[in-house]
Each structure stands twice: as C-alpha cells, then as structure tokens.
Design a protein around this ligand. Structure first.
Ligand code: BG6
Length: 490
C-alpha cells in the first residue's frame, strides 16, 4: 500500500506561490525527490479554476524562474496541480477542499499525508488555524498532518506568545514548521559544517582569538511594492528578529551532540538565551537606526514615517566562549550592493616584528563567510612581499562554490525546506521558544527607539553603506565595518 502526499497551499494566488513554492516543488519533482504519488492543491479567495491556475503558474515560472522550466517535465508536474476557490478560514470552503482531497487521495489505500502551507497574510494565521482544527483537517489519521507557517510570526513578544498558544491548541509542536528561509540557504547550513567538520577552526573560535564578529545583510533594493507592509514592520522586525538572529546563533552556538533536530534547536536557543538584551536606556550607545532618502515617497509609506530601513546593533553574549567579544549586526535596504556576509575578525598578533611599507599596522586575520551572492569563504592573511626585506601585504585564500561545485549547484532555500518538511525533519525550522527568545531581544530596542531622547533616525543616501553614524559607532571601539567577500581573483 503506498501513501499519498498532498501539499495544500493556502493563499495560493500570491507572489510566494509562483516565485518560490512552485519553482522549488517543480525542481524537486525534476530531481525525482518528491514523494510518489503527490498532489499540490492551491486554495485562495481569488475566483479561478485548475486550468487557469496551471497556466498562471507556468507563466509565473517563465517570467520569474525561467531556469526551472523544463518543457518535458512541466506537463507531468502540471497534472498534479489543482485549484479550489475559497477562504481557508471558512468551514464551508474547507469542506470543498476536503472533497477535492478525498477525490485525489481516494484511489490510494495507504496513509494520506498532508502539508498545509500558510502562504497567507499573517493577520489570518489565527483564524485559519482555528478553522483547520475545527474541521478536523489537521487530525493525523490516516497519515501525518503538518503545517508550515511563513514569517513574520507575531509582531512582538506578546503577539508571538499568543500565536504560539493558539498553534498549540490545534497542533503538536512536532506538526509545526515555522519557516525562516535563511536557514534553508546552503551557505548558512555550511556554517555548521565549516565549524564542526574541520578541526582547525573550532580551537580559535572563541574569546581568546576572536576580536569581534560582524554580520552584514545588505540589500541594494528599496522597499519596492511592499511599502505598506514594510512601513508597519521596519527592518528590525523584518530582518533582525529572524534572519540575523539565526545567523548569530549558528556562528555562536556550541557544538550539538548530534545533527538531530532537537539537539540543533536546543543549541540555537541556548545562544539567544545568553545574548544580553539591549535595554531601552542603551539604544543610544548600542544601536544606530537609519532611513534611506526618498523612502517616505515610496508607494504605501507614510510621508512622515519614522520606520527604520537600516539598523546596526552591538550585541554581547554572556557565556564562557564569547564574554567580551562584541557582535555587530547590520542590515538595510537601498544600500550599495546586495551581500550577506559573516566576518570573524581575529585578534592582532601579540608581538609585531614586521612593518608594512606604507607604515600601517598588519591587518589581523579575517575569515569571511560569503553567504550570498558569490557564495564562498575567504581567509585574509599576511604575506611577505617578494623582493623586500620584510614587508607584508594582506592577501586572501578564497573558495567559491561556483568554481568548485559549478554555477548552478546551489538550490533555492525553499527547495531544501520543503523537502525537509516533507521528510519530517524540523532541524532547519524555528521552534516556539526560539521565536519568543528572539522577540525578547527585539522588543526593548523598538521600545527604546520610541522613547523621547532616542537617537534620531539618520537619513542615508540610497546606494551608500548606510548612515555615517554607523561608521562612527564602529570607530568608537577602534573598529570598522569590513566586507571581505568581493572576488579578489577577478
Ligand atoms: C525577507 C524580507 O524575509 O527576506 C525581505 O521580508 C527581504 O524584506 C528578504 O528582502 C531577503 O531575502 P534574501 O534571501 O533575498 O536575502
């Protein structure tokens, strides 16, 4: 008896479905990694039918993800796509969905496994979960039932807690897959392999050798058509609460005993528990906030908006490994380029015998984890300039994924995450406690920024590296923001 698997996308008429979910599922199908048999059922309030849905997805893929369209495989895949018009918070509509699923699953005798993917506006998560619970559609029999929830998960700690409570009324924690797509990125997972599958890095990965760590998630685009959403959220909720906190946990966590979901998630949570919150009274020293020039003229943005499109934070981790090592995190829209990097800046050598020709000091070693777009790892070290007596120059040892594994070797993050959810592996998904711990670090910052006397919002020109205040903030401790991922062999 074979099991059948249905992937039900709630809110299927939105951008996420055609931009990310369908290309990822199609790619898995082409690689023969989908469970067999499978069905994908899209549901949304937009009145449509299966044929139009299939056409719309094909068009979407041709425009947004053309490299994924394999003309031989598409018709086979498209045959598995169905559409149901309806509101997923409404029992009547869910009844229609159930009828479609019964028809699709009917011919199979084994388990009827289902994943519900909430590609919905966050405000409707609660009512949709309640409707799924009320109608018995998430009762795990016969077969398993899982629910994937997109970010943002809450907008502060109290709302995240109530959403978690509501989720737990309907589902067990092991049925829930809260997505943070950064954890699905190949290079982000490689942080753990680099640290824990090599013996040379871990001995120096601590306060004895590391001066500080920088995490940069820079985007060159502005808010585009998401002005209304972004203006209510801001960069700290949109990027730091989730993506940057996850990067911080991976770079700072202790080695888990095994590569299993709970062991990994325990270690990630432990790091966030050790981060000292930036209290409202400290935002003037430990944060910088900025907004790009012209943001207030973007569609959907309040012309007097105080929303930050850029932020830099200095965080400290109170544990044996990291005491005294600052972590600098920055992220912003409309910056000079799109790049995501983690830079581990090592300490100066204890005694210097050499000088540089220009009279500057020798640069300390830096290990740059280049997460995107030119994925790789760069290590900066000093070399003797040939023909000189003892002059030194910094150089880079570089690894590029594209050169070693080929230009298309890195799958999209959604591909990995969907596959893991299908296989029941929750390691790369966020647990309830981690979400709440991260909000516990974000809320006091936002509170501090809203108080009288908070540091003003610094306006920065689009295409720059953010407000000058962010450089001054680093210089204060004698440090500078550094980007180590530019290709040096070009
Ligand atoms: C999303 C944010 O979670 O991540 C967006 O909501 C941001 O504002 C995006 O642009 C960045 O993702 P990536 O994968 O392009 O770095």
């Amino acid at each position: 008896m074979s099991d059948t698997t249905s992937i039900i996308i709630l809110g299927a008429s939105g951008d996420l479905t055609k931009r990310k979910l369908i290309p990822a599922l199609f790619s898995l199908h082409c690689k023969r990694r989908m469970p067999d048999p499978f069905h994908i059922v899209g549901m949304a309030r937009t009145r449509s039918d299966t044929e139009t849905f299939r056409q719309m997805l094909k068009q979407g893929m041709l425009t947004l993800a053309p490299k994924y369209v394999d003309p031989k495989e598409w018709p086979v895949f498209a045959d598995r796509l169905e559409y149901v018009t309806g509101d997923p918070a409404d029992s009547e509509s869910l009844h229609m969905l159930q009828t479609t699923l019964d028809r699709l699953e009917g011919e199979f005798q084994g388990g009827r496994n289902r994943i519900y993917y909430m590609a919905l506006p966050p405000a409707s998560y609660g009512s949709v979960l309640q409707a799924l619970g009320r109608t018995g559609m998430v009762d795990s029999t016969p077969g398993w039932r899982r629910v994937v929830i997109e970010k943002p998960f809450g907008h502060d700690l109290p709302s995240a807690r109530s959403l978690n409570d509501l989720v737990h009324e309907v589902l067990n924690e092991d049925q829930i897959y809260r997505i943070d797509h950064y954890l699905g990125k190949e290079t982000v997972q490689n942080v753990l392999v680099l640290r824990f599958a090599n013996s040379i890095f871990e001995p120096v990965w601590n306060r004895n050798y590391v001066d500080h760590i920088q995490i940069t998630v820079a985007e060159s685009v502005g808010v585009g058509h998401r002005g209304r959403f972004f203006d209510q959220v801001g960069v700290v909720r949109d990027m730091f609460q989730n993506h940057l906190m996850q990067l911080l946990s991976l770079v700072a966590m202790e080695p888990p005993a095994s590569f299993d979901a709970e062991a990994m998630r325990n270690e990630r949570a432990k790091v966030l528990r050790s981060v000292r919150p930036i209290l409202p009274a400290d935002v003037a020293v430990d944060t910088v906030r900025g907004q790009y020039q012209g943001y207030r003229q973007e569609v959907g943005v309040d012309p007097h908006s105080q929303t930050a499109t850029y932020a830099a934070l200095r965080l400290r981790i109170s544990n044996w490994r990291w005491e005294g090592v600052p972590f600098f995190l920055r992220s912003g829209k409309a910056l000079a380029e799109k790049t995501t990097e983690i830079a581990v800046q090592f300490k100066d050598v204890p005694h210097m015998m050499f000088t540089r020709s220009a009279g500057q000091g020798i640069m300390p070693n830096r290990l740059s984890l280049c997460l995107q777009p030119d994925e790789g790892i760069h290590l900066r070290f000093e070399m003797k300039v040939p023909g000189t007596q003892a002059e030194t120059r910094s150089t880079n040892m570089e690894f590029h994924y594209a050169s070693v594994f080929g230009p298309d070797a890195i799958p999209d993050a959604y591909e990995r995450l969907l596959l893991d959810a299908l296989n029941g592996d929750a390691s790369l998904f966020t647990r309830a406690d981690t979400i709440e711990l991260a909000w516990g670090l974000i809320d006091p910052i936002l509170e501090g920024w809203s108080l009288p006397g908070a540091p003003p919002l610094a306006i920065y020109p689009p295409g720059s590296w953010g407000p000058e205040e962010a450089d001054a903030f680093m210089l204060d401790g004698g440090r500078v923001w550094e980007l180590g991922c530019a290709r040096h062999d070009a």
